[in-house]
Design a protein around this ligand. Structure first.
Ligand code: ADP
Length: 351
């Protein structure tokens, strides 16, 4: 297939996706119960094909305890990694046409953010998360277009912890975010990549660096944001014209509320930084969804890093199905409702 036919096809798919609602899409994913968890203790009452979700407050009886939400898509506990990826593939491919795209995973710790973005530890190909699949797909498409456009694909991987940016693929110093329209974090190591095995190796290095200075990887990763950025540069072999695109893949810090009376010192500081950056992110996504002229990127390191103009945004809202997570689940869903700029649904009686 010629590059132009492929481009046209991808444009069509992309426009279809964008037509649905502004530049923001919200996909809610409910993780399955894990071995050892009680399947009966679910807070999720209904998952519909049209993006409907009903959750149940365990302390209220009947309709009073039900609350319904609507998303662009709801992925139930049996949704495969492949299904999750298929929905966002056109968005990802648009990076090769010079778009900037941001994909986030938001939710409390243990709700499946890392599973969605990266996959489980030592994932098989079937279990790969969005970031491996995205790179794999971009390699594939850029190869197919090789007769007309020469693409260079490179990767940065950073972590934001306590409002400080660290390079996960290079020197360990604290880095700065830059002005818009350049590379978001110019001093973070930029690794050219040309194969999936390249990428797997790099990500391993990044993950290992993420654990540095923390007692346990899980603890650290739940309190920091990790941002994998895929930079694309394409040169049209006929005209010499260049295009640039970037894909940010963001595994956010856990959104759970921390009991302020119970924590002090470092933990409190971490919690405050996380709150601040997640709410700055909420404000940015909200003003993008409203197509506001001014988008408040400057209020946190996270939003500074993601400031790249013309960004298309997709947020995975991750849900833990267990009843014990009800209040966190509710606040996650309300965050999603607010940032997407629409009333997603009032309590619906029955379904
Ligand atoms: P988070 O990044 O939000 O803290 P994780 O991605 O680490 O959460 O998920 C918590 C646990 O649940 C992990 O053991 C992970 O492998 C498992 N898990 C999450 N989502 C799924 C899924 N869709 N299918 C199977 N296991 C999952």
């Amino acid at each position: 297939k010629s590059y132009h036919a492929a481009l046209e096809e991808n444009r069509k798919l992309f426009n279809e996706i964008q037509e649905l609602k502004g530049n923001i899409r919200v996909h809610c994913r409910i993780r399955p119960f894990l071995p050892g968890e009680d399947q009966k203790s679910t807070t999720v009452e209904y998952v519909g094909d049209d993006g409907d979700l009903i959750i149940m407050n365990p302390t209220r009886k009947g309709n009073e305890g039900r609350k319904s939400f609507k998303f662009n898509k709801v992925l139930g506990p049996t949704a495969s990694q492949d299904e999750v990826f298929k929905d966002i593939q056109p968005l990802i491919r648009s990076v090769l046409d010079g778009y900037n795209v941001c994909i986030f995973a938001y939710g409390q710790t243990g709700s499946g953010k890392t599973y969605t973005m990266t996959g489980p530890e030592n994932a098989t190909e079937k279990e790969w998360g969005v970031n491996y699949r995205a790179l794999n797909d971009l390699f594939h498409i850029s190869h197919n277009r090789g007769d007309t456009i020469m693409y260079e694909i490179s990767v940065q991987m950073i972590e934001i912890y306590n409002e400080q940016i660290r390079d996960l693929l290079g020197s360990s110093g604290i880095l700065n975010a830059s002005q818009p329209n350049g590379l978001a974090v110019p001093d973070a190591t930029l690794h050219p990549v040309n194969s999936t095995s390249n990428v797997i190796q790099l990500m391993r290095v990044g993950l290992a660096n993420r654990a540095v200075g923390s007692t346990a990887l899980n603890e650290r990763s739940s309190r920091s944001h990790s941002v994998v950025t895929i930079h694309i540069r394409g040169v049209d072999l006929k005209t010499g014209a260049t295009l640039r695109g970037a894909l940010h893949l963001v595994d956010l810090a856990g959104s759970e509320k921390v009991d302020r009376s119970a924590v002090t010192g470092d933990r409190l500081k971490e919690a405050q930084h996380i709150n601040k950056s997640l709410s700055a992110l909420g404000d940015v996504i909200f003003s993008l969804s409203q197509k506001n002229a001014h988008v408040p990127y400057r209020n946190s390191k996270l939003t500074q890093v993601l400031q790249s103009g013309h960004a298309k945004t997709l947020m995975f809202v991750q849900i833990n199905p267990d009843v014990s997570s009800y209040s966190e689940t509710l606040s996650t869903l309300k965050f999603a409702e607010r940032v997407s700029g629409v009333e997603l649904g009032a309590a619906k009686a029955n379904k």
